[in-house]
Design a protein around this ligand. Sequence first.
Ligand SMILES: O=C(O)c1cc(C(=O)O)c2c(n1)C(=O)C(=O)c1cc(C(=O)O)[nH]c1-2
Length: 254
Amino acid sequence: MNEMKAPPLAASELMGPNEFEAAIRAVGTERYHDKHVFHKLLHGGKLNKGQVQAWALNRYCYQEAVPRKDAAFMSRVHDRDLRREWISRIHDHDGLGEEPGGIERWLILTDGLGLDRKYVTSRQGALPATRHIVESYVRFVREQPLVVAVASSLSELFAPSIHRERIAGMLENYDFISDHVMAYFKRRLTQAPRDSEFALAYVKANARTREEQEACVDAVRFKCDVLWAQLDVLNHAYVTPGLIPPGAFVPASL
Ligand SMILES: O=C(O)c1cc(C(=O)O)c2c(n1)C(=O)C(=O)c1cc(C(=O)O)[nH]c1-2
């Protein structure tokens, strides 16, 4: 018997800030969508133009859902300072005054790919699963405790490196991609770190029990699943086995 030995950590013991952050970051290392085969094909120049169109058209649904989930979040916040901070996310996507915003920059990408704007914004050509997956993110943020909802945005901690990889890879590998149409991702290189730094500090300060901390780590898992599943359904429809559901976009160049 060794009475000097420290007792095993109780499951309910709070993680220290570094350990908590490391647990969040470990989720990205394990399952962020930079590891998905569809991204490897996209960035490596292995897709044809029709497949790149299908990606941009489906991803529009995600872009369009993000400011809606931020609005859903804000509708639940009673802290004016937090709303003042969070509203910049909606402006980043929807634009404000002279600043056209990220959705407009996304449409410059879909224009450049030769897609009709009305068709893109109608979301009618998107895969049925894409619409359901992105909506699950809006619902999650509407329903979960605020600190867990904030944590679900933390996949953005991992976004700048995939954005850099995408800008370089797509510019190098596709003759139909220009600097101009990649503006969306260039702008995110500065926006995403600002947002994720704020969200990380918020979550560290406001997850006050072990259970809340674990729910936050789970929220990052949930979000990585949202991102991963979008690529799974794209791959299934447009790469292999290539089964496009009824009513979804059919590329001319497939
Ligand atoms: O291209 C990507 O890989 C990627 C990933 C993510 C992400 O990790 O959630 C976002 C974005 N892009 C993005 O452009 C963006 O505006 C964005 C907002 C959010 C969010 O959860 O609030 N994630 C992301």
